[in-house]
Design a protein around this ligand. Sequence first.
Ligand code: SF4
Length: 227
Amino acid sequence: MPGPTTTPDSLTDDDLAALSAGFEDAEPSEVIAWAADTFGSDLCVAASMEDALLIDVTTRVAPGIDVVFVDTGFHFPETLATAERVRRRYPIELRIVRENDNRVTDLWKTDTDACCARHKVAPFESALGEYSAWMSGLRRSDSPERADAPIVTRDSRGLISIRPLANWDDATADAYIAANDVVLNPLLFDGYPSIGCGPCTQRVAPGDDPRSGRWAGSAKTECGLNL
Ligand code: SF4
């Protein structure tokens, strides 16, 4: 990846709002091409290993890009296996980051916010320190909380957060996945339409909110990465 041509500080919030609005009718590949041209080697992809949809689209535009996956220590074995399949299949630099030293194995039982902050957000933010912009596979159709997500914005860390797939609905995503044989986590076919850590992800009945199995029974809906 070439070097960046700009920095987050050089983009005002008005610039970002205008960029985001301008991308409303753009293909994800156009958004990714802009991001790669603008941020170069300072750009990464954040991956949950639920599917490789964003990675598949991205590597057609920006092969060799860094992909950051946080291994919380609580993932399903299928998710870790998916990460290895993605590493073998796509032209990426897969970075698996962990909070090695202080893992509290039962924190999720008593305080899921603290557990996510410690085992997911902290290692992710540590990794993000090497970048000025990052892309995620967030889509507005994921949940009501994501329905108004901008395509380009500044996150709470001051980094540029880019969601090239924000406008893709499920039918569009499913059609791309089928046409391109995108790597998928097998748990998607086992009752888990949204996949997080094992202790905090339950199967969802057909037709229910796909994210209702995440932290089921609590008000928590996000781990904090997309804040
Ligand atoms: S999703 Fe659950 S197990 Fe994973 S980091 Fe958050 S609270 Fe901990």
